[in-house]
Write a protein that binds this ligand. Structure first.
Ligand code: UTP
Length: 289
């Protein structure tokens, strides 16, 4: 079982980040000097992915432009001796083979993943949510791919979340298998405290078998009238083996304002160019509070 292709659903309306996301896709908002989705694509590439399909919508064509060449800009930078900047601009277009398909109606994450059916064909594939950034010493997707290949099974990324956060995620019923790897017995979308299976929540990264497409095709709209990927996962884990990896790494949900600001501060602190300046700036501010 080799995982070569990835799908990045990025067609959501981003209503939690309005008004900025009225015209700028939330996936293109910058974290220090790169757009959010570039971090996601870099993780996929570092995990061995070759072909990437971005699920987009009619208001997000700026994403296609970002991952294209821009000869006028590159030439201008080269003429000005700005070689590093020219390289960075071009590098974005050369990261991977990137393809696009539109989700013509914004009918939920499950529906967005289903749009990848023809691109994926009959092989296992990865899904990375376009606004979820994972930072691990070892790329988080590669941790999932290892388990998926070892157990020849769909595999989801998970971490423990606080009691008050469980109802914002999908909660997992699990059977321990080995360190950091468990078998998924069931999953519930955004459960109430009474409905939750555990504090282990599914977070933003998946490796799935193509069986998910037939399931999603027949999945009725659930919560909010949207086709929920979790409802598809529920059926998939009852039909086939599904594993979950308690991945090592930090997750940033940049699709909400607090997550976006946390990522901005952390990434600025870790950046070679602005990190030392940011540290001083935060120290000064902290003294004033
Ligand atoms: P989110 O729920 O985080 O995104 O979906 P959203 O719908 O844009 O968020 P808000 O609530 O309006 O702020 C998780 C992922 O699924 C994608 C989103 O782009 C995000 O990457 N998605 C969601 C789609 O591609 N299509 C959909 O119909 C819904």
């Amino acid at each position: 079982m080799k995982v070569r292709k990835a799908v990045i659903p990025a067609a959501g309306l981003g209503t939690r980040m309005l008004p900025a996301t009225k015209t700028v896709p939330k996936e293109l908002l910058p974290l220090v000097d790169k757009p959010v989705i570039q971090y996601v694509i870099e993780e996929a590439v570092a995990s061995g992915i070759e072909d990437i399909l971005i699920i987009t919508n009619r208001a997000k064509s700026a994403m296609d432009d970002y991952f294209d060449y821009y000869p006028e800009l590159e030439e201008r930078l080269l003429r000005a001796g700005k070689y590093e900047e020219a390289d960075e601009v071009k590098r974005a277009a050369d990261l991977a083979n990137i393809f696009y398909v539109r989700q013509k109606e914004i009918k939920g994450l499950g529906h967005a993943v289903w749009r990848a059916k023809r691109f994926i064909g009959d092989e296992p594939f990865a899904v990375l949510l376009g606004d979820d950034i994972m930072m691990g010493k070892k790329p988080v997707l590669s941790q999932l791919i290892e388990a998926a290949e070892e157990y020849r099974a769909s595999t989801v990324g998970m971490q423990l979340v606080a009691d008050e956060a469980v109802s914002s995620y999908s909660s997992l019923l699990l059977e321990p298998v080995k360190d950091r790897v468990m078998r998924v017995l069931d999953v519930n979308e955004k459960p109430t405290p009474e409905e939750k299976f555990s504090n282990y929540a599914v977070l933003g990264r998946y490796v799935l078998t193509p069986r998910i497409f037939d399931i999603l095709e027949n999945t009725r709209p659930g919560r909010n009238g949207e086709v929920q990927l979790t409802d598809g996962l529920k059926q998939l884990c009852h039909e086939e083996t599904m594993m979950a990896v308690d991945f090592e790494g930090v997750r940033y949900d940049t699709g909400n304002l607090k997550g976006f600001l946390e990522a901005t501060v952390d990434f600025a602190l870790a950046d070679d160019k602005v990190g030392p300046w940011m540290k001083d700036f935060i120290r000064q501010k902290a003294q004033m509070l």
